[in-house]
Design a protein around this ligand. Structure first.
Ligand code: AHR
Length: 703
C-alpha cells in the first residue's frame, strides 16, 4: 500500500496509536522545516565571527570589556632561548638568485647536463648567426664541472666586419641583474683564446642599448689550451635593475669561457649574502637557522639530493646540482660552509638537516647505509673538527679555522613513514651519539600522541593548514604529555591555501595565535620556525612565504611582521595572567617579562591576538606593581592589522601591513587597549628601574 500523501509517512490505519504517531511526526516535520533557516543563521553567526573580510566597525561588542589581570611580580618559567628561529630552504630560488648574491645564472655552463652539446640557459649569443656561434665542450679546467663555453666569432674580417659593440655572449642573471650607478662589482672568469683579442666585459641595460659598466681586456696569451683567470672590479656609471652581463669582442677567432661570476662588492658581513635579504633575517633575531631544506634535502631522486660534500671547497670547483624537488639548478655557491657562516653572521645556532639515504622515490636499505653514516660523520667533522682534522682542514682552507658550533642535527626531513627510516635512523643516531654525545638529534617521527619507539632529543612537527585550524592550534600542545621524552621542534608551520592568498593578514594573525600557544607551551616546544622563508616573485614554487623578493627589491608578508613581533620572546619569562569576560571567545594572549640589553631595562610584553570580526576592548590590571611601576613615556603599543583580513603587502605597497608602533600615554586610571578586528597588538611596557643587584621581584614586593 502506498501512502496517500507523499508528505505524510505511511502508517497502517488499523494501528490504534496512529493519530498519536502522526501528530509526533508532524511536530518533527514542523521543526525540520526551520532547519534550513537555522542553518543559514548559524552560518551567518560563524561568518560574523570568522569572516575574512570585515568592516572594521565595532559591533555591540562596545559594551563588553575583557579584563586581563597580570601577575606582574609572580615570575613564571623562562621561555627557552632557542624558541623562535628561521628555516632556510633552497626553494623558490631562495638561495640561487636570492640570498646568495651571485649575479650570473648557470655560471659554469653545467645546468644543461654533463654531455655536449648541452643547454646553456639563460646564456644567449650577442650578435647575429653569421657573426657568432655558441657551443659547449667538455674542456673545462675543473674536473668536477667539465663543461665550458666556446664562442666562435665569425665576423671581424674585411668582408664581414663585426658590429661596433662587438659580438659575444649575454647572461641576464636571475630574471635581470640589478646594476646601480656608483656601485662596484667583482667579476671573475676563466678564459682561453686562440687569437690575440680585445674583450669588453660589461653590464648592459635590459634593452642592450646602454652600457652601464665596462672593463676592456687585452688577451695577449694566445694559447688555446691554457686557461687564464681574470678577476677585477667593475664600477657602474648608470642604473638598470634589469641589467645584463655581456662579454664581447670584434676579433675573429675562438674564445673559451668558464666559471663566470659577478658579485656586488657589498654583501652582508662581506660573506656573499644579499644585504637587504640578510638584514631582514637579522631583524628577526632568530635563535637558530635550520637548513638547507625541507624536501630539497631529500630530492625526488636520491642522485639529485643535496650532498654537503659537493658544496664545499672553492666555488669554481663545485659541480652544482639540479634540485629536482623544486626543479631548478643551483651552482651551489651557497653551500654547507656558507650556511654555517651565515649562522655565525646572524649570531644564531646552525641546525643541519642531512640527507639520510632517503629521497621521495628511493630509500637505501639498512645493509647499505653505513657509507651514508660515514658521510654524515665527515660532514660533522667539517663543521666541528679541529683545523688539523681531515675535514676541519678543508673548512680552515675556506677561511674558518675555528670550528662552527653545530649542536643540533636533524636525521632527515619528513621521512618517518618512508621505507627503512627507523632502522637507518638508529644507525645514524648511534654513530653520532657515540662520536658527539652533546649534539642534539632530531627525529622525523611525531611523538604528539605517544612516546617514540626510538631515542631522540627532539621530534619534528610540521603543520600547514587553513587559518582557523592554525588559530585553534594555539592549544595544540596544551595536553601534550610533560613526561620525559623528546621535546618538540615545530620546524615548519604556516597558514596555506585560500586563507593565505600570497601572504594575507588573516594568515598572519592565525600564525600569531599559534605562536602564542608555542610560547605558553614552551616547556615542551623548544624550537619553532615558519616555512618557507623566501620566495622569488618570478619562481613561486610554494605559497605563501615569509619574504618576497625579486632581483632588486624585497618585502615582508604580514607573516614576516608577525615573526618580528616575537623577536623578543627567546629567553624572556612568562608571567601568569587571567582573562575574565562575558565574551564568547577571549583573545589569545601571552604576557612576558623581558630584559632589554641595550637599555638595561625590564619590560612587560603583552601580546594579544584578535581572530574575529569585532573590536575587542581590553582592560589591563597589574598585580604587584606600584602605581608608578610602569614608565609609560618609554612604553609602546604596536598594532598589526588592516582594513580587510585578506589584505597583503606587495612591491607597490611593501609596508601596507606592518606593526604600527606608537608611544603609550599614561592612562588616568586603568590601562585600556582596543584590539581591532583581525589584529595582533603588542604592548611593550617599560618597568621603573630597580636598584642594581636586587632581583626586581624582591624590589617590587618591598615597595
Ligand atoms: O616548506 C615547504 C616544504 O614543506 C618543505 O620542503 C617540506 O619539508 C614540507 O613538506
Amino acid at each position: 500500500m502506498e501512502p496517500k500523501n507523499a508528505e505524510e509517512p505511511f502508517l497502517p490505519t488499523a494501528d490504534p496509536r496512529r493519530a498519536e504517531k502522526v501528530a509526533a511526526v508532524k511536530k518533527v516535520k514542523a521543526v525540520c522545516k526551520w532547519i534550513p533557516l537555522l542553518a543559514i543563521f548559524a552560518v551567518f553567526v560563524v561568518y560574523q565571527t570568522f569572516s575574512p573580510s570585515h568592516s572594521g566597525l565595532p559591533g555591540d561588542s562596545q559594551n563588553q570589556t575583557i579584563t586581563l589581570e597580570v601577575q606582574a611580580t609572580n615570575f613564571g618559567r623562562s621561555i627557552p632561548s632557542t624558541l623562535f628561529g628561521i628555516f632556510f630552504e633552497e626553494i623558490n630560488h631562495a638561495g640561487a638568485g636570492g640570498l646568495w648574491a651571485e649575479l650570473i645564472s648557470n655560471r659554469g655552463f653545467e645546468a644543461g647536463g654533463r654531455s655536449t652539446p648541452s643547454i646553456i640557459d639563460p646564456w644567449y649569443p650577442k650578435g647575429d648567426d653569421h657573426d657568432v656561434m655558441l657551443s659547449t665542450e667538455e674542456t673545462s679546467l675543473f674536473r668536477r664541472n667539465p663543461i665550458a663555453l666556446r664562442i666562435s666569432v665569425l665576423c671581424g674580417t674585411a668582408s664581414n666586419p663585426c658590429p661596433a659593440d662587438g659580438v659575444g655572449v649575454v647572461n641576464p642573471g636571475y630574471w635581470g641583474i640589478d646594476v646601480r650607478a656608483g656601485k662596484f662589482y667583482t667579476v671573475t672568469f676563466w678564459l682561453r683564446s686562440d687569437t690575440s683579442v680585445d674583450l669588453a666585459v660589461k653590464f648592459i641595460s635590459e634593452d642592450e642599448q646602454r652600457t652601464l659598466a665596462q672593463q676592456t681586456l687585452k688577451v695577449e696569451k694566445v694559447n688555446s689550451s691554457s686557461w687564464e683567470k681574470y678577476s677585477f672590479r667593475l664600477e657602474a656609471n648608470d642604473t638598470d635593475h634589469q641589467g645584463k652581463f655581456a662579454l664581447t669582442t670584434a676579433v675573429k677567432g675562438s674564445i673559451w669561457l668558464d666559471q663566470v661570476s659577478a658579485f656586488p662588492e657589498e654583501t652582508y658581513k662581506g660573506h656573499g649574502y644579499r644585504t637587504g635579504l640578510a638584514q631582514m633575517l637579522e631583524d628577526l633575531k632568530p635563535a637558530f637557522i635550520r637548513f638547507p631544506g625541507g624536501c630539497y634535502v631529500e630530492g625526488e631522486r636520491l642522485e639529485n639530493a643535496w650532498r654537503w660534500r659537493d658544496t664545499v671547497g672553492p666555488w669554481y670547483e663545485r659541480p652544482g646540482h639540479l634540485g629536482d624537488k623544486w626543479n631548478y639548478w643551483s651552482d651551489d655557491g651557497l653551500g654547507y660552509f656558507e650556511y654555517l657562516q651565515l649562522a655565525e653572521d646572524l649570531d644564531t645556532a646552525p641546525i643541519w638537516v642531512f640527507n639520510n639515504g632517503i629521497s621521495h622515490q628511493y630509500s637505501v636499505t639498512p645493509r647499505l647505509i653505513q657509507p651514508w653514516v660515514d658521510d654524515v660523520l665527515d660532514g660533522i667533522e667539517f663543521a666541528r673538527g679541529p683545523k688539523t682534522s681531515k675535514w676541519g682542514r678543508v673548512r680552515a682552507a675556506m677561511g674558518h679555522p675555528e670550528p662552527f658550533p653545530l649542536n643540533h642535527i636533524a636525521i632527515g626531513n619528513e621521512d618517518c613513514y618512508r621505507p627503512w627510516y627507523r632502522e637507518n635512523y638508529m644507525a645514524f643516531y648511534n654513530a653520532i651519539r657515540a662520536a658527539y654525545p652533546e649534539i642534539k638529534l632530531i627525529s622525523n617521527c611525531d611523538a604528539t600522541n605517544g612516546p617514540l619507539d626510538h631515542p631522540a632529543d627532539y621530534y619534528d612537527f610540521h603543520i600547514y593548514t587553513n587559518a582557523y585550524n592554525l588559530y585553534s592550534m594555539a592549544h595544540q600542545f596544551d595536553q601534550k604529555s610533560r613526561a620525559d621524552g623528546p621535546k618538540v621542534f615545530v620546524s615548519e608551520y604556516a597558514v596555506t591555501g585560500a586563507d593565505s592568498g600570497t601572504g594575507s593578514l588573516l594568515a598572519a594573525v592565525a600564525e600569531g595565535a599559534f605562536m602564542i600557544g608555542l610560547e605558553i607551551n614552551s616547556d615542551v616546544v623548544e624550537m619553532a620556525s615558519y616555512a618557507p622563508l623566501f620566495v622569488h616573485a618570478k619562481d613561486r614554487r610554494w605559497n605563501p612565504d615569509c619574504i618576497v623578493f625579486d632581483n632588486w627589491q624585497q618585502y615582508g608578508t604580514p607573516s614576516y611582521w608577525v615573526q618580528q613581533l616575537f623577536k623578543d620572546s627567546n629567553g624572556a619569562r612568562l608571567l601568569p595572567f587571567s582573562l575574565s569576560s562575558t565574551w564568547g571567545s577571549n583573545p589569545i594572549v601571552s604576557v612576558l617579562r623581558r630584559h632589554d640589553k641595550d637599555l638595561d631595562a625590564d619590560f612587560v610584553l603583552i601580546k594579544a591576538v584578535n581572530f574575529g570580526n569585532d573590536v575587542v576592548p581590553v582592560r589591563i590590571t597589574f598585580n604587584g606593581l606600584p602605581a608608578d611601576g610602569i614608565l609609560y613615556t618609554n612604553s609602546t603599543i604596536a598594532t598589526l592589522t588592516s582594513t580587510h583580513a585578506m589584505d597583503e603587502n606587495s612591491f607597490a605597497q611593501p609596508k601596507k601591513i606592518t606593526p604600527q608602533i606608537s608611544p603609550m600615554e599614561k592612562p588616568n586610571s586603568d590601562l585600556q587597549v582596543v584590539l581591532p578586528p583581525y589584529s595582533i597588538v603588542a604592548l611593550d611596557l617599560r618597568l621603573a628601574d630597580t636598584p642594581k643587584g636586587l632581583d626586581s621581584t624582591f624590589t617590587y614586593l618591598m615597595l
